[in-house]
Write a protein that binds this ligand. Sequence first.
Ligand code: S3P
Length: 445
Amino acid sequence: MTPTDPAAMRPRRFLPAGPLRGKIRVPGDKSISHRCVMLGALAVGETRVTGLLEGEDVLATAAAMRAMGAEVERTDEGQWSIHGVGVGALLQPRSPLDMGNSGTSTRLLMGLVSSHPITTTFVGDASLSGRPMGRVIDPLRQMGAAFEASEGGRLPLTVRGASPAVPITYRLPVASAQVKSAVLLAGLNTAGITTVIEPVPTRDHSERMLRGFGAELTVEEVNGERVIRLHGEAELKPQVIEVPGDPSSAAFFIVAALVVPGSEVLIQNVGLNPTRAGIVKVLRQMGGQIDEVNARVVGGEPVADLLVRHSPLKGIEVDPAVAPSMIDEFPALFVAAAVAEGTTVTTGLDELRVKESDRITAMAEALTAAGARVRETENGLTVEGSGGDPLRGTAGAIATHLDHRIAMAMAIAGLVSRDGVEVDDTRPIATSFPVFETLLDGLRA
Ligand code: S3P
């Protein structure tokens, strides 16, 4: 997919909507789906997964694990069977691994192959090829892997795995679950104990799932930091896993139901792991009515159905400490802020500049074009809400920059606009949420 190929782009104008009503079930969590496929591909025997997200990003991970020797098969909708090769037994892929748009596939797999005696080349689309990989190259080099990267530590890049790799103790310089996971995955085939220290907690799906697959992993809190220790040369045991719904996908519908007058939507099967649920907390602080029903545990993760009703929202100052637990939800939050009463201030969002797009600039430009009052700062956005009035932008198509979350956020903005919002390309939505438009159209009907 290239943004310079206008003929292939799929634009759509998202029109204003009346009340959204009904119930939807969001697809499987993207982070957890990637990890199921990777760990299943390393466990000897059959891992069975239900509710796997069948988005392009996860399919890129599946193709990569196949290229390295695992059997990864779809048996039915969301149902997958994985026969792994065993830790240490990944095969050298015959051609470069195409990671598409997926940063998670790339960074986690760079970790995995770094402690295997194989040479692997990673390539990706224009968005992924602009993203920094130095943050994973640094610790993986310390473990003994060798890298040849494009300028600025970017894709295409080639990893020569270390055999044997050496265990390290690594304190994360950025709050990143991808960097943490890359080091832990490299630690799987490394003798001794690999330690990651997290000054700021990030999503803990890797830790939960590594334990679930039988790895010896401990987490200790020391002076306010999380110290994660993984015993290497692990033998992973195959699992039966149900993937909970993705809170990052649910976020677009939570915001939609809150901002469209008269709405009442039940969103089923939403993962509410505390390291992911920041958006629910922040929207409640803004006055959003979001009730949790049928709380339960799915696949080792807390899950509930969310009943969301239209609510007049008020602007707030968002505590930057909450950012890691809602790092992918800021585009959706900015839309909520654009129609809230008063000012919403966000800070400490430097990481948003290195996502699938620079989400601070992309959302500032998109919301301004849609008629919202937005000011971009160095590390955040300040949004003056319309107080519930529709957005009155008349500008042309919004540039999504190959970023699924910009496309979905602006689709939701269209629902609360006077004349609709045109998104230049809806194709990127399929990386994380292929049924987004179908679910949205169903709720409008
Ligand atoms: C992810 C971690 C986050 C998030 C990404 C998925 C993961 O990235 O933005 O969509 O699955 O580990 P960072 O770890 O770079 O913050």
